[in-house]
Write a protein that binds this ligand. Structure first.
Ligand SMILES: CSC[C@H]1O[C@H](OP(=O)(O)O)[C@H](O)[C@@H]1O
Length: 336
């Protein structure tokens, strides 16, 4: 594993240890979560966030529900009700459903609690290997130079090296990277707070920018490629990602800057044809009228807070997965 990779979650037989990402970068606070309710709260309040990370946490939440009430092992209806409750904590990232459904399927074959724990932990370890492959595949294809990225897609969002930020880490190791432009990512500042935190730990050169600066940088030939993560990819390659991604893609497309998406195959939702079918999480307006805890306008200000947007496949040069690098129109062919 990359020497700078750090663990943002740890697993005990009776609880999940989680680095509270709402406190970063100012404090490193670890939480001990002993039931699904606590993990659901952590997911909903982005104490843990990032599609692959919440997928693993969702899977572990269902394991903890079973640990706390073994009757779920022999009551399929109650097990699926609990699974749906956990899956409902955030709607956009398909990885949450993927992780929870993996446990439901496993319990259908094995009701030994220790083996269920081992299975969830194996999913986590597999994610680390998957993200290492994504990083290698992506670093091979991205052009040398300065890379712009949005939100956080590192070890905090995806076990191990991360996804899009994993590609950036690998580029740095390969001496292909000049500079990272980190889009701050309003309103919750995953870029400014979390990606900067990760890049500083790795001593990777970066510049933090406001989200709306990306067009100017591209117009001035300062960006050689854009790479982002994904929360759900439709069968035609349309991609849901953090709000603001689409604006970067528009600018990149206008200025002929290659735009890449990095994500595990588990992020692809083959059950939907286009991005129009991806549910977009709408969050509390309080996040928009504040910058972290400080009000930036009157508290009765009317606001709209979509947490994700859709980037149409036509704006995406390639989707980088652990299995390879694909143009959006190749995604449907991957359905095994
Ligand atoms: C490696 S997936 C990270 C993905 O998740 C982020 O959203 P959130 O911080 O709300 O969980 C963002 O869309 C990232 O690209």
């Amino acid at each position: 594993m990359h020497k700078h990779i750090f663990e943002a979650m740890k697993f005990k037989k009776d609880s999940l240890l989680l680095l509270d990402q709402t406190k970063l970068p100012f404090e490193e606070v670890w939480l001990e979560l002993s039931n699904a309710d606590m993990i659901i709260e952590a997911i909903q309040n982005l104490r843990v966030r990032g599609a692959p990370a919440i997928g693993i946490c969702g899977a572990f939440a269902l394991y903890l529900s079973i640990y706390n009430d073994n009757k779920l092992l022999v009551d399929e209806i109650s097990l699926k009700r609990e699974a749906n409750r956990i899956k409902g904590s955030r709607p956009t990232a398909i990885n949450l459903s993927w992780g929870v459904d993996k446990v439901v399927d496993f319990v259908g074959k094995c009701i030994n609690l220790n083996e269920i724990f081992d299975f969830v932990y194996s999913l986590y370890l597999q994610e680390i290997e998957i993200n290492e492959k994504i990083a290698i595949n992506g670093a091979k294809v991205l052009p040398e130079g300065s890379i712009l990225t949005h939100c956080n897609t590192g070890s905090l969002a995806a076990p191990g090296i991360g996804t899009a930020l994993g590609v950036i880490r690998k580029m740095f190791q390969m001496r292909k990277l000049n500079l990272v432009y980190v889009s701050e990512t309003r309103p919750l500042l995953q870029g400014a707070r979390l990606t900067v935190f990760e890049l500083e730990r790795d001593a990777i050169p970066y510049k933090l920018i406001v989200d709306s600066a990306s067009g100017m940088l591209m117009r001035n030939f300062m960006v050689d490629a854009v790479i982002v993560g994904a929360d759900r990819i439709a069968a035609n390659g349309d991609t849901a990602n953090k709000i603001g991604t689409f604006m970067h893609a528009l600018a990149a497309n206008f200025y002929n800057v290659p735009f890449y998406v990095a994500a595990p195959m588990s992020t692809i939702d083959f059950s939907i044809a286009t991005g129009e079918e991806i549910p977009i999480e709408e969050r509390d307006k309080a996040e928009v009228i504040r910058c972290m805890s400080s009000l930036t306008c009157k508290d009765d200000t009317s606001a709209l807070n979509y947490a994700f947007d859709i980037t149409p496949a036509k704006f995406i040069k390639a989707i980088i997965t652990e299995n390879g690098v694909y143009s959006p129109n190749e995604i449907l062919t991957l359905l095994d």
